[in-house]
Design a protein around this ligand. Structure first.
Ligand code: S6P
Ligand code: ZN
Length: 195
């Protein structure tokens, strides 16, 4: 949490937080870091035999975020960058867990810094669609829509996001029921496939 000191009128402050536009990385005392290993996401992948052959300690993605107000505060917005490694579990590309928002009507912006991937969106009727991500693509995630990103390229996929500070994360629903489609490699190309 940020303890903001009172700033005298007309002060022009030096910037204290940084966003490296070409890399997507964030720097500053208020930047928080988190990561997800393959082991933590074991149940999310389809091919459990392929999963057993991989290192459960491998970090699949990491997230940097700047949350200027306490989590859950109405009216604020958060900013973050996600870095997903390239790779597959069998035919399934490395991906984020994915979630609905706890306040389900909250939307979110995603924009891609580098790499290639697919933003997978699933509505409340469990119908999925995908949007290609590449450097410069901008994506609006509507409310009531689960969102997950899979990296189908050969390099790290980096994207940034902006979301309401009271959106929250409902991971339980995806943990329990998954997405209705998966991003799988088929003859070298990425395809969204039911299942
Ligand atoms: C937050 C936003 C992203 C994700 C991040 C990791 O609302 O959608 O910052 O948190 O991409 O994905 P996940 O599904 O593990 O939170
Ligand atoms: Zn979100």
């Amino acid at each position: 949490m940020n303890q903001k000191q009172e700033i005298p009128a007309n002060t022009i402050l030096k910037p204290s937080q940084f966003f490296k536009i070409t890399r997507g990385s964030m720097e500053g005392s208020e930047v928080a870091n988190s990561q997800r290993t393959l082991g933590e996401m074991a149940s999310y992948y389809m091919d459990q035999a392929a999963l057993q052959k991989l290192d459960p300690n491998e970090i699949i993605y990491r997230v940097q975020s700047h949350m200027a107000v306490p989590e859950g505060s109405p009216g604020g917005i958060y900013f973050g960058t996600t870095f997903i490694k390239p790779g597959q579990v069998g035919k399934e590309y490395f991906m984020t867990k994915g979630h609905f928002h706890s306040k389900p009507e909250c939307g979110e912006y995603y924009f891609c810094i580098k790499g290639t991937g697919v933003l997978i969106l699933m509505n409340r009727q469990r119908v999925c669609r995908g949007e290609h991500m590449a450097s410069g693509t901008l994506h609006y995630v509507p409310g009531e829509t689960a969102h997950r990103v899979a990296n189908c390229g050969n390099e790290e996929l980096v994207f940034s996001a902006c979301w309401p500070s009271d959106a929250g994360h409902n991971y339980e629903e995806i943990e329990k029921n998954g997405f209705s489609s998966r991003l799988l490699e088929h003859h070298g190309a990425a395809q969204l496939v039911n299942g």
